[in-house]
Design a protein around this ligand. Structure first.
Ligand code: SAH
Length: 469
């Protein structure tokens, strides 16, 4: 971090502006809104600044700048277009330990002005470290549009009841959960709708309800985190990940996605490695129940969609048996994600009227699938967990009537920057990938739609050179 953001109390503090053009006017405006007492040194004062004089009680000194002018000021802004003056302002201010900003010259500053979103008392400050003020401003515009204008009122309401809530709910986690419900729920909506009084009485009621109730119980969010690219998370997934006290995650949940979880959350890995079932399903189910009973909000993150080869159903049953509240958040399943990023539509009016998802996972070295049905024409077959059984899958499909030249694709680490796609036919693909080191996870797509990739490929796969299509 090149700059540490701090929020400075400037109320009634003497601040000096050198220069009185348009840029100086903007700095005066922002300093005045923080309550500063402002003196302006310049030879000419532009109209907007003259108009501000009464409103902001500005002191005007009509003179050329001299180093002694900075004496007694807490903060100085040099907004002249005279490089020599700017340098001398910076030098004298820095020597005297005064905060100094030279407009458009970060090298001469010991502080810079951020782009500000003001919902006082909530204030967001954004900086590009002087590198790209336009980018900082664009980000500010985005925040302006997503933070409701009444947000400050919400903060005031919270402040007014802060101590009272503290007295009623001593435990910090529970207090945080209470406040999150208030600030993201019905009470917040009332404030945003301008119904301050109603919001206040609802909040009073909520506090009274808490003092009557015993401990707050936790809940579990069963969240599909998609196939890997964090941009494919749903809004709800992101919101719940940022709310959770504990994140329980699988091997398929990418580090980039985990980075988006609440910073203070505890992260528990329960992934299974092939042949190493160190964390049996029962223990995961019980872990979720135990955490929720401790009052925690638990986000159980799963790759793809929790209800597609995700054993989400089993985890929910245990939660239900234990009376734990939960919700399920769908995710983009690997089939959708990989197909899109590989440029292979799963259905197509000419080539595939249906699509079937199957697990190619081998139990005792056998794959128990309805081959005859899967080998039929005019459909797409998506095989999860199929890499190790690839040869058997291809052989069985051909044995049960599929064309030996039917196109097939293997997608490695789909939707991620490292995505690779290997294409071939039922006869050639096992041979193509045999000599290669393939990284999990991989997905297989079988059907004539695979040929469309040649035309529709759009995502920049890191390597496609092994393709034989
Ligand atoms: N619930 C998950 C599937 C879990 S089963 C979902 O809906 O996607 C695990 C299998 O999913 C892996 O063996 C692999 O076949 C597939 N898979 C998951 N993510 C993948 C990815 N990014 N690229 C390729 N295959 C993936």
């Amino acid at each position: 971090m090149d700059y540490l953001p701090l929020f400075l109390k400037l109320h009634d503090q003497p601040c000096l502006i050198i220069g009185a053009g348009g840029i100086a006017a903007r700095k005066i405006d922002v300093l005045a809104s923080a309550g500063a007492i402002i003196t302006v040194v310049a030879l000419d004062f532009c109209k907007p600044i003259r108009e501000m004089q009464t409103k902001y009680k500005l002191t005007f000194l009509k003179k050329t700048f001299e180093p002694s002018d900075v004496n007694g000021f807490k903060l100085v802004v040099s907004a002249t277009n005279d490089t020599q003056i700017n340098i001398s302002v910076a030098q004298v201010a820095i020597a005297k330990g005064i905060l100094v900003n030279v407009v458009d010259n970060p090298a001469l500053c010991n502080f810079i002005f951020p782009a500000i979103v003001d919902r006082s008392p909530i204030i967001a400050a954004i900086s590009s470290g002087g590198g790209s003020p336009v980018l900082a401003r664009l980000l500010r515009q985005r925040l302006e549009s997503i933070i409701p204008h009444q947000y400050g009122k919400l903060a005031q309401l919270a402040e007014n009841f802060r101590q009272e809530v503290k007295n009623v709910i001593q435990q910090t986690t529970q207090r945080r959960i209470f406040w999150e419900d208030v600030l993201e729920g019905k009470i917040a909506e009332l404030v945003f709708a301008g119904k301050q009084q109603q919001a206040k009485s609802e909040l009073r009621q909520a506090i009274a309800d808490i003092s009557r109730k015993s401990a707050i119980v936790g809940e579990v969010y069963l969240v599909g985190s998609g196939p890997g690219d964090p941009d494919l998370l749903t809004f709800r997934a992101l919101r719940l990940m940022q709310k959770a006290d504990v994140i329980v995650y699988d091997r398929l949940v990418s580090p980039a996605i985990l980075d988006l979880a609440r910073r203070e959350s505890t992260k528990i890995y329960v992934g299974k490695q092939k042949g190493n079932h160190s964390f049996p399903q029962d223990s995961i189910n019980n872990l979720l129940v135990d955490l929720a009973k401790q009052g925690k909000r638990v986000a159980r993150l799963k790759g793809g969609d929790p209800f597609i080869f995700g054993r989400g159903g089993e985890e929910i049953v245990t939660l239900m048996e234990n009376g734990i509240n939960f919700q399920v958040v769908p995710g983009i399943t690997a089939a959708s994600g990989c197909a899109s990023y590989a440029g292979i539509p799963l259905t197509h009016r000419d080539y595939a009227q249906s699509v079937t998802f199957v697990a190619g996972h081998m139990k005792d070295d056998t794959i128990d699938l309805n081959w005859k049905q899967l080998a039929a024409a005019n459909q797409t077959l998506v095989i999860y967990m199929g890499l190790h059984g690839l040869l058997k899958i291809c052989v069985n499909l051909i044995l049960h009537g599929a064309d030996k030249d039917l196109p097939i694709a293997l997608i490695e680490r789909g939707t991620m920057a490292q995505q690779r796609v290997f294409t071939g036919t039922l006869t050639t693909l096992p041979e193509i990938i045999k000599p290669l080191t393939i990284q999990a996870p991989t997905l297989i797509i079988v059907g004539n739609v695979v040929n469309l990739r040649a035309q529709l490929k759009w995502f920049n796969d890191s390597d496609n050179s092994h393709s034989l299509s």
